[in-house]
Ligand binder design. Structure first.
Ligand code: AMP
Ligand code: MG
Length: 354
């Protein structure tokens, strides 16, 4: 299959004539049962018609993803929710008012028109309304209900730039909308509104504290920051190996000077073994390491920058065939919880405390 790649801007509306044409074509492809990757404010999504079982099956095939791992249904308007969900609770209305459009996914009871292929066999459905203007316009033109997981091959870090969507999906899907760099860089927060009190299944840019400010009592799934290999996480997708670079990644936690000293001593050892090494550091520390490839993920005091850069950096290590990677650790407050959740999964929970 030949994959069409077309540019689309993320911000300034109105769209140009060329962009209108691109969005129309993308929408038609989805309506005909095809797949289109598109930018959102979180990461790139791999979209298909959420109400068409055959489209969902194609998504699993294109990603190489196990079919018990449910997809998130993306909508463009709040009114669309009532079509695909039964018994909308008051909590969902309040969260939608506070955080939609935006990086929050809600788990709700599914209506009959949502096929089990889309929900991985569950009676619940995950729904999100993204804020990215081109994503919303694309969803509208696609019929209003776009099932989309992240647009990466299963197990790889989610794409935050179109280049990595092309790398994983070229030849597997009909079209890729290239919207440049995404804004947030980590997948949406997932909250289960069926359990009481509501439970955060995956941390993201909308933090637990922000959710508590709206809903009061909110729990967190116990597998968010812990090794979940012995547990059954509530979001089926969280049990799979995720976000991982090919190289062996270890997180080192401790006082900055000690971390630098420890990592450099390990790097020297691996260099003697002719292994290619990498380090995930910050702007303030990146000069201090002796790895083959030292990368900054931004500013420790501005975690938005870290969220935005993390997946790109993990992907670049794959491009460079780095075999051994050490990462500094990050605070777990606010969006730091989402950053460390992904980093811990990428590292298979290998952490050295010094
Ligand atoms: P991704 O699309 O790659 O961001 O993955 C979607 C995530 O949402 C996966 O971790 C799924 O397990 C989770 N998810 C989707 N639908 C449901 C649902 N009905 N119940 C619980 N988790 C869900
Ligand atoms: Mg994913």
């Amino acid at each position: 299959m030949e994959t069409i790649v077309q540019k689309i801007r993320g911000d300034a509306l109105p769209f140009s004539e060329q962009e209108e044409e691109t969005l129309r074509l993308a929408g038609d492809i989805i309506r005909r049962g095809g797949l289109v990757a598109f930018p959102t404010e979180t990461v790139y999504g791999l979209g298909g018609d959420a109400l068409n079982p055959a489209s969902s099956r194609k998504i699993y095939a294109a990603k190489g993803r196990p079919s018990d791992n449910p997809l998130i249904v993306h909508i463009a308007d709040r009114e669309a929710l009532a079509q695909i969900v039964r018994n909308i609770p008051d909590s969902a209305v309040r969260l939608a008012e506070a955080f939609w459009p935006g990086p929050l996914t809600m788990i709700l009871e599914k209506a009959d028109i949502v096929p089990y292929e889309t929900t991985g066999g569950l009676d619940t459905v995950a729904v999100r309304m993204p804020s990215h203007p081109a994503a919303r316009e694309f969803i509208r033109r696609a019929g209003g209900y776009v099932a989309a997981p992240s647009a990466n091959l299963s197990g790889k870090p989610s794409p935050t730039v179109a280049k990595y969507v092309v790398q994983d999906m070229d030849g597997r899907i009909e079209m890729i909308l290239d919207g440049g760099n995404v804004e947030i860089g980590l997948e949406s927060t997932i909250i289960d509104l069926i359990s009481y009190p509501p439970m955060v299944l995956r941390p993201g840019y909308v933090t637990v504290q922000m959710l508590r400010d709206v809903l009061g009592d909110v729990q967190e799934d116990c597998t968010i920051m812990r090794d979940d290999s012995g547990q059954a996480p509530k979001a089926p997708g969280m049990k799979y190996r995720h976000y991982a670079p090919r190289g062996e990644l270890t997180i080192v936690d401790g006082a900055q000077e000690d971390v630098v000293k420890y990592i450099n001593s390990r790097l020297d050892r691996f260099r003697q073994q002719h292994k290619k090494t990498g380090v995930i550091a910050t702007g303030a520390s990146v000069q201090k390491y002796r790895a083959d490839s030292c990368k900054s993920v931004g500013d420790r005091n501005n975690e938005d920058t870290v969220a935005r850069e993390l997946y790109r950096v993990l992907r670049e290590f794959d491009d460079e065939n780095v075999e051994i990677i050490y990462a500094e650790s990050f605070d777990t407050d606010g969006i730091g919880q989402a950053i460390m959740n992904r980093l811990l999964k990428a590292a298979g929970h290998r952490v050295v405390y010094i």
